[in-house]
Design a protein around this ligand. Structure first.
Ligand code: G3P
Ligand code: CA
Length: 347
């Protein structure tokens, strides 16, 4: 579902957001954004940690600037102020977890430029048209590919330069770094298509938990959230780990917050589920918080702002005011700038 090309297109679309904000005058109120990107750590105003919330989650690294899910992309997201970095995970043929949003490879790698893999192109149920798929490649073969920018309108200057990461390599990046605020960098792995991969004989739960165990981040209190669009794997993981689990939701229909609270610690909703057209809360945030669930909506893209917002800070401020606990963003610098500006305004 969330991995189909048709949905990638949907994610690029503008969210349904309140028209009333178009005249709210928020743009005029925006303080000058801190120069987070280029400043030395000692030059960054050290915000009170409680004002540093909500969490800034570097969605797929820093894909606003560099190809998604790459080491330089994650490094950039950290330098731009991310608290957590997000890898989506799929399997290779030989059972390794690699960091990709989709199991099809054509959108974000140069696989089409590899004649040696031409005969791997195939059709699979649930995917539109022919493509190459991660589960048909060994890790050694995947390592010969290079990442490319998924969005046509973003810079392609780094296409073909960076290799595909394993989950283990990704964790090592996080564990070697601290955030702008001096905290450990956290990780926010998403299990992609767990039922599909289970049907092929791959065990997502064991693979993820084993990798976390190897790195010591299986212990309670580790800076790790595990997320999925499928409740089944989360319900099962609840029996196996105390790490916080996040239920991803694309639609609000039929959502039972009380039930989610039995197996998850939070919800990652499509951001448009949180606000009505008139700028009021849909009640989603309040209902989730009533059940003790954290709320981390997605995806904040400064180059694809809903037109009612004058700039990225206005969009972040709107959702921060709604009470979200974190934001998945392709532009961690803009989320961090918005948070620092809020902290400055509140004194
Ligand atoms: O995992 C949160 C958000 O990333 C969900 O959307 O499709 O980008 O994985 P997607
Ligand atoms: Ca994701």
């Amino acid at each position: 579902m969330s991995n189909q090309k048709i949905n990638l297109t949907r994610r690029h679309a503008l969210a349904a957001v309140p028209a009333v904000l178009a005249t709210a005058g928020l743009a005029a109120c925006q303080p000058k954004a801190p120069a987070v990107l280029n400043a030395k750590k000692k030059d960054i105003p050290m915000a009170d940690p409680k004002n540093a919330q909500p969490l800034v989650i570097g969605h797929r690294g820093a894909p606003g600037y560099l190809p998604e899910h790459t080491a330089p992309g994650y490094d950039l997201a950290i330098r731009m102020g991310a608290d957590y970095i997000e890898p989506d995970l799929v399997f290779t043929k030989d059972g390794h977890l690699i960091v990709r949003h989709d199991h099809y490879l054509s959108d974000t790698t140069d696989v089409a430029d590899h004649p040696e893999f031409a005969d791997r192109k195939t059709v699979k149920e649930g995917h539109e048209g022919e493509d190459w798929f991660s589960e048909d490649f060994t890790l050694a073969e995947i390592k010969t590919l290079r990442a490319t920018q998924a969005f046509e309108s973003r810079s392609h200057a780094a296409d073909g330069k960076f290799e595909i990461l394993t989950f283990g390599e990704f964790i090592a990046i996080a564990q070697g770094r601290t955030s702008l605020l001096g905290n450990p960098i956290g990780i926010y792995p998403e299990t992609k298509l767990p039922s599909y991969f289970k049907s092929l004989g791959y065990d997502f739960e064991t693979a993820v938990l084993d990798e976390l165990k190897k790195t010591g981040w299986d212990r309670p209190g580790s800076p790790v959230f595990i997320q999925s669009f499928e409740d089944g794997i989360l319900r099962s993981l609840r029996q196996k780990t105390e790490l916080p689990l996040i239920m991803l939701l694309e639609f609000a229909d039929g959502v039972d917050m009380k039930d989610i609270a039995t197996y998850a610690d939070g919800i990652g909703p499509y951001k448009a589920l949180l606000a009505n057209q008139d700028g009021t809360s849909t009640g989603f945030v309040e209902a989730a918080h009533k059940e003790g669930l954290k709320l981390h909506p997605w995806t904040f893209r400064s180059d694809r702002l809903p037109e009612v917002f004058a700039n990225a800070q206005a969009e972040f401020d709107f959702f921060f005011d709604l009470g979200v606990d974190g934001v998945f963003t392709d532009f961690s610098n803009d989320a961090r700038a918005a948070l620092l500006a809020r902290a400055a305004r509140s004194g």
